[in-house]
Design a protein around this ligand. Structure first.
Ligand SMILES: NC(=O)c1ccc[n+]([C@@H]2O[C@H](COP(=O)([O-])OP(=O)(O)OC[C@H]3O[C@@H](n4cnc5c(N)ncnc54)[C@H](OP(=O)(O)O)[C@@H]3O)[C@@H](O)[C@H]2O)c1
Length: 334
């Protein structure tokens, strides 16, 4: 997500944003929105350092110089180590005054998925949990099943729209029969929906939303090649569901899944884990990022295990937000 604003005499005269890969960048969109040459006192403000290389679009630095901007304000530098600082350098060489690092943390956060992808070349694996104050992900009998309220749930739907993929285990699939779509004012959207199911226990389970809804072609069941039976494979194929059979004995399953995801160009996965899987993701250091929604109520299911056993898990670049009465703590797992 990149945005740009042009001001003249301290007044906003044009805005632009980068809508999708291959589309013109935010600076160019703002210049187009201005529809004329900027005034001599115009300032271009952009959340991300302007690009200086030919990618799917021409370099924004050229467009900025051509338009005649004398001052550019930049939020975050380019996360790609091969390009970082180069766009700013070219602007300065051409005599443009560049103010950098304005709202750097906020601007960096706008692109946290892409930043991880470009530096690690693997999907950002983000663990998402909704927990009671006593640390339970499952409600006690007789309590509402949803842990958090509508505002926090709406925020989860916003993230489901942003992440290219989402994942649950077979246990959560079979317990909850989730839809894993983003549902908001813009309609219903399905990211890629992974079912992590090493033993293919979900095979043949008719009637599940992920296996029957209009988006079932975006459901991928991921299991071990050693566990898949021809009949199960045929069942998934007949239902229009994709199957990834991964090599190995199960110990390195998550690593193999992330590798395959990287090869398929999946930049991030929001993992909506139950307590046992959440605890594995933390203990084994598999999760890169955490979304923890905490509801202000005690009384989770006493039978349900803790989701954070086995270590200390500090959050880096942590952000705290309130949604109704629920708090969201999110950040990189240090
Ligand atoms: N509040 C929340 O945020 C939230 C979110 C989701 C679910 N839930 C609730 O959680 C409950 C389900 O929780 P759960 O503890 O039974 O299930 P879970 O934590 O979702 O999944 C447990 C399963 O994860 C798999 N697993 C464990 N280690 C693994 C590894 N290293 N690699 C790959 N897979 C691994 C195992 O299945 P295999 O051995 O078959 O691979 C295991 O049975 C449901 O009641 C659901 O409503 C709550």
């Amino acid at each position: 997500m990149v945005g740009a604003v042009i001001t003249e005499g301290g007044v906003i005269v044009a805005e632009g944003f980068h809508a999708a890969a291959g589309q013109p960048h935010a600076e160019v969109m703002a210049m187009r929105a201005l529809g004329r040459a900027p005034r001599a006192d115009a300032i271009l403000h952009v959340t991300l350092e302007p690009c200086c290389t030919h990618g799917r679009t021409p370099p924004c630095v050229d467009a900025i110089l051509q338009a005649g901007f004398r001052t550019v304000v930049v939020g975050a530098t380019d996360p790609n180590p091969a390009h970082a600082g180069k766009g700013i350098g070219r602007l300065r060489e051409a005599g443009v005054a560049v103010v950098e690092g304005v709202l750097r943390d906020e601007c960096t956060d706008l692109n946290f998925l892409f930043n991880h992808w470009i530096t690690a070349a693997r999907p950002l694996l983000a663990l998402k949990v909704a927990a009671t104050l006593d640390g339970k992900l499952v409600s006690a009998a007789g309590e509402p099943r949803a842990i958090t309220g509508p505002a926090a749930q709406a925020d989860v739907h916003r993230w489901r729209r942003l992440f290219p993929a989402i994942a649950v285990t077979a246990d959560t699939l079979l317990a909850d029969n989730p839809r894993l779509t983003a549902r908001d004012a813009d309609g219903e959207h399905a990211p890629v929906r992974f079912v992590l199911d090493r033993q293919f226990r979900s095979a043949g389970r008719a009637g599940l939303n992920l296996f029957t809804d209009a988006f079932r072609g975006r459901t991928i069941v991921v299991g071990l090649a050693s566990a898949v039976r021809a009949a199960d494979q045929a069942w998934f194929e007949a239902e229009g569901i994709q199957v990834w059979s991964l090599p190995g004995d199960g110990a390195d399953f998550l690593d193999a899944w992330a590798e395959r995801g990287a090869a398929e160009g999946i930049t991030g996965v929001l993992i909506e884990a139950g307590p046992r899987f959440a605890s594995v993701l933390l203990r084994e250091g598999v999760a890169d990022y955490l979304f923890a929604y905490i509801a202000p109520r005690l009384g989770g299911n006493p039978e349900s295990p803790a989701w954070f056993e086995g270590g200390a898990f500090p959050l880096v670049a942590e952000t705290t937000s309130l949604f109704g009465q629920d708090a969201l703590f999110r950040g990189y797992l240090g």
